[in-house]
Design a binder for this molecule. Structure first.
Ligand SMILES: [Zn+2]
Length: 285
């Protein structure tokens, strides 16, 4: 079993799930009405500008269907020096896919990204963290089989993940190949459980100092903090689905604060693309 340890200075990672304002909670758009309001290019432009201002390279988990609809998007992201990874094709939850459908989504997205940018992705994140060692163990086998070196889908949170799951990068052995690294998103540990401070509504809602303190705590423990953002979160005037009070807040609440918060963190810590963070960890037999 590999021993997990890191070498060199700890770098954290900013990751972007590249999807449009309506790709929420596994929602798959059917109406042309929604397609006419596409905003992803504009919102990704805001993220790219922010990262460039801070001199940070990140990882962009591309939805294959978005890359197909906006063929200039992935090349534009790659041209800025960022890593392209896969967010699947349709934004359907992995728990709702068969093994064959999951494999087909991975291959279709990787083929398209390779065709558009010349590079095949080797990192994956499932829509809404819908991967688990209990319910979709076959998915890790397929990821390894398809040449993926890391996954970033296992969030240590109640309701949408495993609250007792590890916060550190760890190795997941697979049956068909040797295995795959797992890099969970950052959370804040409290006596009441883990809080979702690494991205989404928690990142936009909890006080700045609280999130900064968490990143510092990860750093002191020698762990990379994996932050995540959706383009719609830095686009406060973008459209929103009518999801009701709670789900509406989770998807769109406090959007005016995200860009400022992100800028402060990106300037305060060292960041690298997630693929490079994985390489900084050594596997010793
Ligand atoms: Zn997503």
């Amino acid at each position: 079993m590999p021993i997990e340890r890191h070498s060199g200075i700890i770098a954290h990672a900013i990751t972007v799930d590249v999807e449009d304002w309506y790709h929420v909670c596994g929602y798959v758009p059917a109406q042309e009405r929604i397609r006419h309001q596409e905003r992803v290019e504009q919102a990704v432009g805001l993220v790219l500008e922010l990262l460039q201002t801070c001199g940070v390279r990140g990882t962009f988990f591309m939805l294959g269907s978005v890359a197909q609809q906006h063929p200039d998007l992935a090349p534009r992201i790659a041209a800025d020096g960022h890593e392209l990874a896969s967010h699947g094709w349709s934004h359907r939850l992995v728990t709702g896919l068969s093994a064959e459908e999951f494999r087909a989504e991975l291959v279709r997205t990787a083929d398209l990204l390779e065709q558009q940018t010349g590079r095949r992705p080797f990192g994956f994140r499932a829509p809404r963290w819908s991967l688990s060692r209990e319910t979709t163990p076959w998915a890790f086998d397929i990821l390894a089989e398809q040449g993926y070196r890391y996954d970033s889908s296992l969030t240590p949170l109640a309701a949408i993940g495993n609250p007792r799951g590890p916060r550190n990068p760890h190795w997941i052995a697979t049956s068909s190949c040797s295995g795959i690294w797992e890099l969970p998103p950052l959370v804040t540990s409290t006596p009441f459980g883990n809080l979702p401070t690494g991205g989404g509504w928690g990142f936009r809602f909890f006080p700045n100092w609280f999130i900064r303190h968490t990143v510092q705590a990860y750093q002191h423990q020698g762990l990379p903090g994996v932050l995540f953002v959706h383009p719609r979160e830095v686009d406060p005037h973008g459209p929103r689905l009518d999801l009701g009070l709670f789900r509406g807040f989770v998807a769109y609440g406090c959007r005016t604060s995200a860009a400022h918060r992100l800028t402060a963190l990106l300037r305060g810590f060292a960041f690298k693309p997630l693929g490079e963070v994985v390489e900084a960890w050594q596997t010793v037999s």
